[in-house]
Design a binder for this molecule. Structure first.
Ligand SMILES: [Zn+2]
Length: 318
Protein backbone atom coordinates (compact mmCIF):
# COMPACT_ATOMS: atom_id res chain seq x y z
CA UNK A 1 0.00 0.00 0.00
CA UNK A 2 1.48 3.39 -0.92
CA UNK A 3 1.16 6.53 1.19
CA UNK A 4 -2.00 7.86 -0.54
CA UNK A 5 -3.74 4.50 -0.33
CA UNK A 6 -2.86 4.23 3.35
CA UNK A 7 -4.19 7.75 3.99
CA UNK A 8 -7.43 6.84 2.20
CA UNK A 9 -7.79 3.60 4.14
CA UNK A 10 -7.13 5.44 7.45
CA UNK A 11 -9.79 8.01 6.51
CA UNK A 12 -12.26 5.23 5.69
CA UNK A 13 -11.64 3.49 9.02
CA UNK A 14 -12.01 6.79 10.90
CA UNK A 15 -15.20 7.61 8.98
CA UNK A 16 -16.72 4.22 9.77
CA UNK A 17 -15.80 4.56 13.45
CA UNK A 18 -17.33 8.06 13.61
CA UNK A 19 -20.54 6.89 11.92
CA UNK A 20 -20.81 3.96 14.36
CA UNK A 21 -20.24 6.34 17.28
CA UNK A 22 -22.90 8.77 16.04
CA UNK A 23 -25.37 5.90 15.58
CA UNK A 24 -24.65 4.67 19.11
CA UNK A 25 -25.28 8.17 20.49
CA UNK A 26 -28.47 8.62 18.46
CA UNK A 27 -30.09 5.38 19.65
CA UNK A 28 -29.34 6.34 23.23
CA UNK A 29 -31.61 9.41 23.02
CA UNK A 30 -34.92 8.48 24.83
CA UNK A 31 -37.31 9.44 21.98
CA UNK A 32 -35.26 7.47 19.47
CA UNK A 33 -35.15 4.60 21.93
CA UNK A 34 -38.94 4.30 22.07
CA UNK A 35 -39.18 3.98 18.29
CA UNK A 36 -36.27 1.56 18.37
CA UNK A 37 -37.87 -0.44 21.23
CA UNK A 38 -41.21 -1.01 19.52
CA UNK A 39 -39.47 -1.95 16.26
CA UNK A 40 -37.21 -4.27 18.20
CA UNK A 41 -40.11 -6.02 19.90
CA UNK A 42 -41.62 -6.59 16.45
CA UNK A 43 -38.32 -8.00 15.18
CA UNK A 44 -38.24 -10.52 18.00
CA UNK A 45 -41.96 -11.32 17.79
CA UNK A 46 -41.41 -14.39 15.62
CA UNK A 47 -38.86 -16.03 17.90
CA UNK A 48 -40.08 -19.06 19.89
CA UNK A 49 -40.15 -18.85 23.69
CA UNK A 50 -37.38 -20.62 25.57
CA UNK A 51 -38.78 -22.30 28.70
CA UNK A 52 -37.33 -21.87 32.19
CA UNK A 53 -35.44 -24.84 33.67
CA UNK A 54 -37.49 -26.91 36.12
CA UNK A 55 -37.09 -29.11 39.19
CA UNK A 56 -35.41 -32.37 38.28
CA UNK A 57 -33.27 -30.79 35.53
CA UNK A 58 -29.50 -30.38 35.86
CA UNK A 59 -27.91 -27.34 34.27
CA UNK A 60 -24.23 -26.50 33.79
CA UNK A 61 -23.28 -22.95 32.81
CA UNK A 62 -19.83 -22.82 31.17
CA UNK A 63 -18.40 -19.36 31.77
CA UNK A 64 -15.08 -18.44 30.11
CA UNK A 65 -14.55 -15.50 32.54
CA UNK A 66 -16.09 -14.33 35.80
CA UNK A 67 -18.99 -12.12 34.57
CA UNK A 68 -20.14 -14.17 31.53
CA UNK A 69 -22.35 -16.30 33.80
CA UNK A 70 -24.26 -13.18 34.82
CA UNK A 71 -24.37 -11.29 31.52
CA UNK A 72 -25.37 -14.22 29.31
CA UNK A 73 -27.58 -16.35 31.53
CA UNK A 74 -28.00 -14.61 34.92
CA UNK A 75 -31.80 -14.52 34.79
CA UNK A 76 -32.08 -18.11 33.48
CA UNK A 77 -29.87 -19.31 36.33
CA UNK A 78 -31.79 -17.33 38.95
CA UNK A 79 -35.16 -18.63 37.79
CA UNK A 80 -33.88 -22.21 37.40
CA UNK A 81 -32.71 -22.17 41.02
CA UNK A 82 -36.06 -20.73 42.15
CA UNK A 83 -37.83 -23.51 40.24
CA UNK A 84 -35.74 -26.15 42.02
CA UNK A 85 -33.38 -27.12 39.17
CA UNK A 86 -29.80 -28.16 40.05
CA UNK A 87 -27.58 -25.44 38.62
CA UNK A 88 -23.77 -25.45 38.42
CA UNK A 89 -21.35 -22.81 37.13
CA UNK A 90 -17.87 -23.69 35.82
CA UNK A 91 -15.44 -20.85 35.10
CA UNK A 92 -12.73 -21.66 32.54
CA UNK A 93 -10.41 -18.78 33.58
CA UNK A 94 -10.17 -16.48 36.57
CA UNK A 95 -10.10 -13.39 34.34
CA UNK A 96 -6.45 -12.75 35.14
CA UNK A 97 -5.60 -11.44 31.67
CA UNK A 98 -7.39 -8.16 31.87
CA UNK A 99 -4.22 -6.08 32.30
CA UNK A 100 -5.80 -2.76 31.36
CA UNK A 101 -8.47 -3.49 33.93
CA UNK A 102 -5.91 -4.17 36.64
CA UNK A 103 -4.34 -0.77 35.92
CA UNK A 104 -7.62 1.09 36.04
CA UNK A 105 -9.19 -0.85 38.91
CA UNK A 106 -6.25 -0.21 41.20
CA UNK A 107 -6.00 3.46 40.17
CA UNK A 108 -2.28 3.28 40.61
CA UNK A 109 0.72 3.18 38.34
CA UNK A 110 1.86 0.11 40.28
CA UNK A 111 -0.95 -2.38 39.70
CA UNK A 112 -1.11 -5.54 41.79
CA UNK A 113 0.14 -8.67 40.08
CA UNK A 114 -2.16 -10.36 37.61
CA UNK A 115 -2.52 -13.32 39.95
CA UNK A 116 -4.03 -10.95 42.49
CA UNK A 117 -6.51 -9.77 39.90
CA UNK A 118 -7.24 -13.46 39.18
CA UNK A 119 -7.89 -14.11 42.87
CA UNK A 120 -10.09 -11.01 43.13
CA UNK A 121 -12.14 -11.96 40.08
CA UNK A 122 -12.52 -15.52 41.36
CA UNK A 123 -14.10 -14.06 44.52
CA UNK A 124 -16.31 -11.81 42.40
CA UNK A 125 -17.47 -14.86 40.44
CA UNK A 126 -18.22 -16.70 43.68
CA UNK A 127 -20.24 -13.76 44.96
CA UNK A 128 -22.14 -13.34 41.69
CA UNK A 129 -22.90 -17.07 41.55
CA UNK A 130 -24.23 -17.01 45.11
CA UNK A 131 -26.35 -13.95 44.26
CA UNK A 132 -27.94 -15.94 41.43
CA UNK A 133 -28.58 -18.82 43.85
CA UNK A 134 -25.61 -21.05 42.96
CA UNK A 135 -23.64 -21.68 46.17
CA UNK A 136 -19.97 -22.65 46.49
CA UNK A 137 -20.70 -26.41 46.40
CA UNK A 138 -22.06 -25.92 42.85
CA UNK A 139 -19.20 -23.68 41.70
CA UNK A 140 -16.11 -24.95 39.84
CA UNK A 141 -13.01 -23.05 38.72
CA UNK A 142 -10.55 -24.46 36.19
CA UNK A 143 -8.01 -21.60 36.50
CA UNK A 144 -6.84 -21.75 32.86
CA UNK A 145 -5.19 -18.63 31.38
CA UNK A 146 -7.41 -15.68 30.47
CA UNK A 147 -6.59 -14.45 26.98
CA UNK A 148 -4.66 -17.62 26.09
CA UNK A 149 -7.33 -20.32 25.69
CA UNK A 150 -7.04 -20.09 21.91
CA UNK A 151 -3.30 -20.68 22.28
CA UNK A 152 -4.02 -23.80 24.36
CA UNK A 153 -6.43 -25.05 21.67
CA UNK A 154 -3.96 -24.36 18.84
CA UNK A 155 -1.04 -25.97 20.67
CA UNK A 156 -3.25 -29.01 21.21
CA UNK A 157 -3.80 -29.43 17.47
CA UNK A 158 -0.08 -30.37 17.19
CA UNK A 159 0.51 -31.93 20.60
CA UNK A 160 -2.13 -32.31 23.32
CA UNK A 161 0.52 -32.36 26.04
CA UNK A 162 2.36 -29.20 24.92
CA UNK A 163 2.51 -26.78 27.86
CA UNK A 164 1.34 -23.23 27.10
CA UNK A 165 2.44 -20.08 28.91
CA UNK A 166 -0.17 -17.47 29.87
CA UNK A 167 0.50 -14.24 27.94
CA UNK A 168 -0.74 -12.28 30.96
CA UNK A 169 0.64 -13.97 34.08
CA UNK A 170 3.40 -16.07 32.45
CA UNK A 171 2.16 -19.02 34.50
CA UNK A 172 2.46 -22.42 32.79
CA UNK A 173 0.27 -24.25 35.32
CA UNK A 174 -2.89 -23.43 37.28
CA UNK A 175 -1.64 -20.95 39.93
CA UNK A 176 -4.81 -20.78 42.07
CA UNK A 177 -5.96 -22.66 45.14
CA UNK A 178 -9.63 -23.58 45.09
CA UNK A 179 -9.50 -24.68 41.44
CA UNK A 180 -10.26 -28.18 40.10
CA UNK A 181 -6.55 -29.12 39.86
CA UNK A 182 -4.10 -26.57 41.28
CA UNK A 183 -0.58 -26.77 39.74
CA UNK A 184 -1.90 -28.70 36.73
CA UNK A 185 0.06 -27.67 33.57
CA UNK A 186 -1.75 -25.64 30.92
CA UNK A 187 -2.24 -28.24 28.17
CA UNK A 188 -5.10 -29.04 25.82
CA UNK A 189 -5.32 -32.60 27.17
CA UNK A 190 -5.63 -31.35 30.76
CA UNK A 191 -8.34 -28.90 29.71
CA UNK A 192 -10.26 -31.69 27.97
CA UNK A 193 -9.79 -33.92 31.01
CA UNK A 194 -11.28 -31.20 33.25
CA UNK A 195 -14.30 -30.95 30.94
CA UNK A 196 -14.75 -34.73 31.07
CA UNK A 197 -14.47 -34.68 34.85
CA UNK A 198 -17.13 -31.95 35.11
CA UNK A 199 -19.51 -33.82 32.82
CA UNK A 200 -18.99 -37.12 34.73
CA UNK A 201 -19.42 -35.39 38.08
CA UNK A 202 -22.33 -33.05 37.35
CA UNK A 203 -24.20 -35.14 34.74
CA UNK A 204 -25.94 -32.09 33.29
CA UNK A 205 -29.05 -32.27 31.10
CA UNK A 206 -28.16 -28.86 29.66
CA UNK A 207 -24.72 -27.32 29.02
CA UNK A 208 -24.79 -23.57 28.37
CA UNK A 209 -21.93 -22.61 26.02
CA UNK A 210 -20.58 -19.54 24.24
CA UNK A 211 -21.51 -19.62 20.54
CA UNK A 212 -18.76 -20.26 18.00
CA UNK A 213 -19.54 -16.82 16.51
CA UNK A 214 -18.61 -14.98 19.73
CA UNK A 215 -15.79 -12.56 18.87
CA UNK A 216 -13.79 -13.12 22.06
CA UNK A 217 -11.01 -15.68 21.40
CA UNK A 218 -11.46 -17.28 24.85
CA UNK A 219 -15.19 -17.71 24.21
CA UNK A 220 -14.46 -19.16 20.77
CA UNK A 221 -11.89 -21.61 22.18
CA UNK A 222 -14.25 -22.60 25.02
CA UNK A 223 -16.83 -23.50 22.38
CA UNK A 224 -14.29 -25.56 20.40
CA UNK A 225 -13.15 -27.58 23.42
CA UNK A 226 -16.59 -28.22 24.89
CA UNK A 227 -18.35 -29.10 21.63
CA UNK A 228 -15.47 -31.46 20.79
CA UNK A 229 -15.82 -33.37 24.08
CA UNK A 230 -19.63 -33.33 24.00
CA UNK A 231 -19.62 -34.60 20.41
CA UNK A 232 -17.24 -37.44 21.27
CA UNK A 233 -19.52 -38.45 24.14
CA UNK A 234 -22.62 -38.23 21.91
CA UNK A 235 -23.97 -35.48 24.16
CA UNK A 236 -23.84 -32.45 21.85
CA UNK A 237 -27.64 -32.17 21.92
CA UNK A 238 -27.32 -31.03 25.56
CA UNK A 239 -25.63 -27.79 24.41
CA UNK A 240 -27.42 -24.46 24.45
CA UNK A 241 -25.65 -21.38 23.13
CA UNK A 242 -25.32 -17.74 24.13
CA UNK A 243 -23.36 -14.84 22.70
CA UNK A 244 -21.82 -11.80 24.41
CA UNK A 245 -19.30 -10.28 22.01
CA UNK A 246 -21.74 -10.06 19.14
CA UNK A 247 -20.15 -7.44 16.91
CA UNK A 248 -19.47 -3.72 16.74
CA UNK A 249 -21.51 -1.70 19.29
CA UNK A 250 -23.86 -4.58 20.17
CA UNK A 251 -25.94 -4.62 22.35
CA UNK A 252 -27.69 -1.36 21.48
CA UNK A 253 -28.83 0.83 23.05
CA UNK A 254 -26.31 0.80 25.89
CA UNK A 255 -27.14 1.13 29.57
CA UNK A 256 -29.86 0.03 31.96
CA UNK A 257 -33.15 -0.34 30.06
CA UNK A 258 -34.91 -3.18 31.90
CA UNK A 259 -38.02 -3.17 29.67
CA UNK A 260 -36.05 -3.09 26.45
CA UNK A 261 -35.49 -6.39 24.59
CA UNK A 262 -32.02 -7.76 23.93
CA UNK A 263 -31.77 -7.98 20.15
CA UNK A 264 -30.05 -10.57 17.99
CA UNK A 265 -26.42 -9.53 17.49
CA UNK A 266 -24.83 -8.97 14.08
CA UNK A 267 -22.61 -12.03 14.54
CA UNK A 268 -25.54 -14.16 15.67
CA UNK A 269 -27.80 -13.31 12.71
CA UNK A 270 -27.61 -16.79 11.17
CA UNK A 271 -28.41 -18.61 14.40
CA UNK A 272 -31.93 -19.79 15.29
CA UNK A 273 -32.58 -17.93 18.55
CA UNK A 274 -35.28 -18.44 21.12
CA UNK A 275 -36.12 -15.89 23.75
CA UNK A 276 -36.26 -16.42 27.45
CA UNK A 277 -38.63 -14.03 29.20
CA UNK A 278 -37.01 -12.50 32.28
CA UNK A 279 -39.09 -12.25 35.46
CA UNK A 280 -38.67 -9.16 37.61
CA UNK A 281 -37.21 -11.03 40.59
CA UNK A 282 -34.56 -12.64 38.40
CA UNK A 283 -33.76 -9.35 36.71
CA UNK A 284 -33.04 -7.83 40.12
CA UNK A 285 -30.80 -10.76 41.05
CA UNK A 286 -28.99 -10.42 37.74
CA UNK A 287 -28.47 -6.71 38.29
CA UNK A 288 -27.10 -7.36 41.77
CA UNK A 289 -24.80 -10.07 40.37
CA UNK A 290 -23.45 -7.56 37.81
CA UNK A 291 -22.35 -5.35 40.70
CA UNK A 292 -20.56 -8.29 42.36
CA UNK A 293 -17.99 -7.92 39.55
CA UNK A 294 -16.49 -4.76 41.00
CA UNK A 295 -13.32 -4.77 38.90
CA UNK A 296 -15.41 -5.03 35.72
CA UNK A 297 -18.12 -2.57 36.72
CA UNK A 298 -15.44 0.09 37.17
CA UNK A 299 -14.70 -0.07 33.48
CA UNK A 300 -17.55 -1.74 31.64
CA UNK A 301 -20.68 -0.76 33.58
CA UNK A 302 -22.70 0.48 30.59
CA UNK A 303 -21.83 -2.58 28.53
CA UNK A 304 -22.73 -4.91 31.40
CA UNK A 305 -26.04 -3.16 32.14
CA UNK A 306 -26.98 -3.57 28.46
CA UNK A 307 -27.52 -7.28 29.18
CA UNK A 308 -30.04 -6.65 32.00
CA UNK A 309 -32.96 -6.62 29.59
CA UNK A 310 -36.48 -8.03 29.32
CA UNK A 311 -35.20 -11.23 27.70
CA UNK A 312 -32.15 -13.44 27.30
CA UNK A 313 -31.41 -15.15 24.01
CA UNK A 314 -30.74 -18.88 23.72
CA UNK A 315 -29.89 -20.93 20.62
CA UNK A 316 -30.30 -24.70 20.35
CA UNK A 317 -27.81 -24.94 17.51
CA UNK A 318 -24.59 -23.15 16.84
ZN1 LIG B 1 -15.95 -13.51 28.77
Amino acid sequence: MDKDERRLSDALILGTALAAGALALAVNIPAVQEIFASRSRKKLAGLPDYPAYQKGQRVLMVSPHPDDETLATGAQISQAVRNGAEVYIAWMTNGDGFVLDSLIAERTDKPKGDLELGRTRMKEGQKAGATLGVGSEHQRFLGFPDGSLKKVWEAGLQDGDKVVESSATHATAVPYEGTLHPQQPYTANNFRQDITELLDDIKPDFVLLPAIHDMHPDHHATNLFWTQVLRERGELKKARYWLIHGGLEWPLPKGLLPHFPLLVSPRGKKMAWQQFEVQQEDQLNKLQAVFAHETQVDMLLNFMLSFCRANELVALED
